[in-house]
Design a protein around this ligand. Structure first.
Ligand SMILES: [Zn+2]
Length: 301
């Protein structure tokens, strides 16, 4: 059904094994600082792409409403347990290549540690552009192929691929690193203007993380993040971009049903039924179960 392939975290204990017990407090805290620096303090409706178990969601608290989107339903269930069911949070299982939202809906979107798994990054970024309103803000994190470690390895002959060329590198199946220049170019082609760039995780080195207290590393990283405006040699880069090209401004923001379009035929609005949304154009049915809208695959009759 999905094309290009999707990196699926269904049934994964990613939150526990990678974040809670994986020694990633340093990365988590440097991301919190970057988000605080880049994200508007308040807003109307934010789309969190690849929300996972909601690790970053509390950092978007200034927005009236947040749509958590992930391809994995079980990740969203974990987010639900953490954040609860309220009007503030909307949970959507969907494919980032086929977003089920009408154009110009959101005033902000974030995509953190997600592009990393995108076989067709331009396609996913184009989808984000479409659902943002004019002047909408997009915070994008990507893994940087031109990082100091890969440069050293390349110069020492221990790595075949060049960190300096513009194409993405798939170093493990469905894990991609990108060149900052290529990302910038793509965003600009789509009609974004890049307002800020931060370089993150200067000290993502096992040895340093073991011997130096996390708070000190986080503090030092926060000082160095601004150098991203001039050069990017860290493994992680954050970009703040704004939609500058003509776009559509969507109205009717309070009614959640008005957010959606059919991901298969783009028809909108969908019609609300007991446990699904129906597309009156192509007749597909999209499941709504236990507070999660599921647009991955249409229900079978
Ligand atoms: Zn349809």
């Amino acid at each position: 059904m999905t094309n290009p392939p999707v990196c699926d975290y269904e049934g994964s204990d990613y939150q526990t094994s990678f974040w809670d017990k994986g020694g990633r407090e340093y990365e988590d805290r440097t991301e919190a600082i970057a988000l605080q620096r880049l994200l508007p303090k308040s807003g109307r409706l934010l789309l969190e792409l690849g929300a996972g178990a909601g690790r970053n969601t509390p950092r978007y608290i200034g927005f009236d409403r947040i749509v958590l989107l992930d391809y994995s339903r079980t990740q969203l269930e974990q987010a639900q347990q953490k954040l609860g069911n309220s009007d503030k949070y909307i949970y959507v299982a969907a494919d980032a290549y086929r977003l089920p939202f009408v154009d110009g809906l959101f005033d902000a979107a974030t995509m953190i540690r997600v592009l990393h798994h995108m076989a067709d990054a331009p396609k996913a970024l184009g989808q984000v552009k479409n659902v943002l309103e004019p002047e909408g803000i997009f915070i994008l994190e990507f893994a940087n192929k031109q990082n100091l470690k890969s440069i050293l390895r390349y110069l020492l002959g221990r790595q075949k691929w060049s960190p300096f060329t513009l194409e993405p590198v798939e170093f493990v199946k469905l894990n991609f690193d990108f060149h900052p220049k290529a990302i910038r170019k793509r965003l600009e082609e789509l009609g974004f203007a890049i307002e800020k760039t931060l370089a993150l995780s200067h000290f993502r080195v096992g040895f340093l993380k073991r011997v130096i207290p996390t708070s000190i590393l986080v503090f030092l990283d926060s000082l160095f993040q601004w150098t991203g405006a001039f050069w990017q040699f860290t493994p992680s880069v954050f970009v703040k971009a704004r939609v500058v090209q003509n776009g559509i401004l969507h109205y009717g923001q309070d009614n959640i049903l008005s957010y959606y379009k059919c991901p298969d035929c783009a028809h909108s609005p969908l019609v609300e039924k007991h446990n699904y949304l129906e597309c009156t154009n192509c007749k597909k049915k999209w499941e709504v179960r236990d507070g999660i809208y599921d647009f991955r695959q249409a229900l079978k009759d």
